[in-house]
Design a protein around this ligand. Structure first.
Ligand SMILES: C[S@@+](CC[C@H](N)C(=O)[O-])C[C@H]1O[C@@H](n2cnc3c(N)ncnc32)[C@H](O)[C@@H]1O
Length: 359
């Protein structure tokens, strides 16, 4: 593929037409929101709110916005591999229209992920609830394209061993990550946080894959793709954003340290010996473990991480198997321990330990 790891300057509808069919592994699109802002918004202290009031966000009507979206989404679907998927990010202003256009074009919605902004901009006029979410539609190429990449186990690992839900709590892009102009003002009104792209790229692509972003802006997709060892192509019509995005991406020399680790962890679970939990007093010597109700058995924790049940001693797995009269047993799921006024599974104690909680 030519233009690998570069930014194409131009209108994405025209540029997307130059890509071959079935050539892209992952698309992230953060298109204009069509916010239809009429007047500038001011805070109670009369300072102007730095919202999305740029020319690139303005469309004469809903009809024209829908036509624009249908045109770029049609090309995106054509160039997306059958094993690929697309994420489209939007606000309440546009995401419902985009969802309808996508379904009409044949895309299949896999999830609507809610980005819950932990530090949203207040509703200065006090006329509505503070808007604290954006929606990301994650879609396959169509209902019958079932072999899309989804690194389920890796994301569970990323989420402290708990299945990741479709609500992501991430702050707005602020501080050192936010690109600024020479006058110190924000370069771009809609720069996305890297954490958002990290989850998208990690979960739905593999190292070496090609990630396309047709509304590249400050190049967040390219920056994260590079850090996670993916290839990228960006399309952006505004020169000034391209210059900043290029400098930003060229400046990335170190890959995210956990990129390797997470890839390695794909499909694997970090091993935590039961004895380690005892050694670190997450579970104490002499504590009682309780079996599943129907076996009605108990065992005592020994100092070396073994269990004592009657006159027998063995690992949590071995003693679980003995009680059930089976050849093997997953002791993490079989045994319970008293915590917080109730019984919880050993597996949950292990998860707490991995998260760095208290025993
Ligand atoms: C919502 S912003 C994307 C921000 C980006 N995700 C980031 O993190 O910086 C949309 C961008 O699309 C660009 N844009 C708008 N219409 C376009 C078009 N037809 N072709 C290419 N770029 C376009 C705008 O200049 C703007 O930078």
């Amino acid at each position: 593929m030519k233009n690998l790891n570069t930014i194409i300057q131009g209108d994405c509808i025209a540029e997307l037409k130059n890509f071959p069919d079935d050539s892209i592994d992952l698309i992230f699109a953060d298109p204009p929101y069509n916010m239809q802002l009429e007047n500038a918004l001011y805070r109670p202290n009369n300072t102007k709110v730095d919202g999305v009031s740029d020319e690139w966000d303005k469309f004469p009507s809903f009809v024209e916005y829908d036509e624009f979206c249908a045109a770029w989404l049609f090309e995106c679907r054509r160039i997306l591999k059958g094993t690929g998927s697309i994420w489209v990010s939007g606000t309440y202003h546009n995401i419902f229209r985009i969802g309808a256009v996508m379904l009409d074009l044949g895309f299949w919605i896999l999830n609507d992920v809610i980005w819950h902004k932990t530090n949203p901009m207040p509703n200065f006029l006090g006329t509505r609830f503070t808007n604290a979410t954006e929606t990301l539609l994650w879609c396959s190429k169509g209902k019958n394209y079932k072999k899309y990449t989804f690194n389920y186990k890796m994301m569970k690992q990323y989420n402290a061993h708990k299945q990741m839900t479709s609500v992501w709590q991430i702050g707005l892009c602020i501080g050192a990550e936010r690109l600024k102009k020479a006058d110190g003002k924000k370069l771009h009104a809609a720069q996305k946080p890297e954490e958002l792209l990290k989850r998208i790229i990690l979960s739905t692509s593999a190292q070496g894959d090609l990630v396309l972003d047709p509304f590249f802006g400050t190049g967040t997709t390219g920056a994260v793709a590079k850090k996670l060892k993916r290839n990228f192509i960006g399309i952006e019509k505004d020169y000034k954003y391209i210059a900043f995005a290029k400098t930003r991406i060229d400046g990335i020399k170190d890959f995210l340290p956990e990129a390797e680790w997470l890839e390695e962890a794909k499909g694997k679970r970090v091993k935590v010996p039961f004895a380690l939990l005892v050694k670190e007093h997450f579970i104490d010597e002499g504590e009682t473990l309780y079996s599943l109700k129907r076996y009605n058995a108990t065992a005592f924790v020994c100092a070396d991480g073994q269990l004592r049940h009657g006159n027998r001693t063995g690992s949590i797995h071995k003693m679980g198997a003995f009680i059930q009269e089976t050849l093997s047993c997953n002791g993490w799921k079989f045994w319970y321990i008293a915590r917080g006024g109730g019984l919880i599974r050993l597996d949950d104690v292990r998860t707490e330990y991995l998260k760095g909680g208290s025993g």
